[in-house]
Design a binder for this molecule. Structure first.
Ligand SMILES: [Zn+2]
Length: 294
């Protein structure tokens, strides 16, 4: 039985029950059944799909806040959501290598999978393109295309909503450029290579990375070499993407006389619950740290 047939059967059953309970009929909960079911890996992309899809989509986010998207393991309920979905939106570029198994296991012939980073210029297989708002603009177009292909009746709406959101991303981009233009020292060290695309776009220099492999602690020799390089180059800021600050990042910052700044790559409580709020909060913290004297 396909989903539509099942739905009609349930509606008919509800109708029959309604006749038997004259006067006590309830309105069927129809608000979600018309929406296009979309499963998304990470919070910034869930926000993006909601911005572009609006009231025509029903978004399920897989990686909860506080979980590492590089190593995530989906729950059975999320596997079920993928088996019912029409669209799975991934960042791609091997961020969600666990997702390939999910797609296999879902055995959902109606599922379309979009990997947003595909076709964009990757830096050394680094997946963190969403942290550059200019790439988010490209992502917005790709989401609009994917939704329009699955739901042609909404195509105009999707394209309009994508354009409106891209205008907000363009404002964000201009504001970041202006804020960082004032900063005299553009050298940073990062905990893991999350900010490389951001740095490339806005002229920051990532002098070193503490965890070149996510979650893997550096050796004492690697820490010593990084600290020496930071002193030599006058790096005063260490960007970390997790709280509390991991011990290795604390040691590197203390040894080099640098400041630790927390820049969240995924999301959190307001104002971090939207991509725009997330990026504006991050940039403000970064600019304050870079502008401060060591
Ligand atoms: Zn990452």
């Amino acid at each position: 039985m396909n989903k539509r047939t099942l739905l009609w059967s349930l509606l008919s059953l509800a109708g029959l029950m309604g006749l038997g309970l004259a006067g006590c009929r309830r309105t069927a909960p129809a608000q979600d059944t018309d929406r296009l079911p979309v499963v998304v890996s990470i919070a910034p992309l869930a926000d993006l799909v909601e911005q572009v899809g609006g009231s025509r989509v029903q978004v399920t986010q897989m990686v909860p806040l506080g979980s590492d998207p590089h190593t995530y393991e989906p729950t059975p309920a999320q596997m079920e959501a993928v088996s019912q979905a029409r669209l799975l939106v991934l960042n791609g570029a091997d961020l969600e290598h666990w997702a390939e198994d999910v797609v296999q296991a879902a055995q959902n012939p109606d599922l379309r999978v979009v990997r947003l980073a595909e076709g964009l210029p990757l830096l050394d297989r680094n997946p963190h393109l969403w942290l550059n708002p200019r790439f988010m603009m490209r992502y917005a177009d790709k989401v609009a295309d994917a939704l329009a292909a699955l739901d042609p009746a909404g195509a105009t709406k999707y394209r309009q909503q994508a354009e409106a959101y891209k205008a907000q991303l363009a404002d964000l981009d201009a504001d970041i450029r202006a804020a960082l233009a004032e900063v005299p020292n553009r050298k940073v060290v990062t905990l893991h290579p999350a900010w490389d695309y951001f740095a490339q776009e806005y002229g920051l220099e990532v002098v070193g990375v503490i965890q070149s492999t996510p979650g893997q602690e550096p050796s004492p020799a690697a820490i010593a070499a990084l600290v020496a390089q930071m002193r030599a180059e006058g790096v005063t800021v260490v960007i970390v993407e997790t709280q509390p600050t991991p011990p290795a990042a604390r040691v590197v910052a203390d040894e080099a006389g640098a400041r630790v700044v927390y820049m969240e790559p995924l999301g959190g409580p307001p104002p971090l619950d939207s991509y725009l709020g997330l990026m504006r909060t991050n940039v403000q913290a970064l600019v304050e740290a870079l502008a401060a004297q060591p």
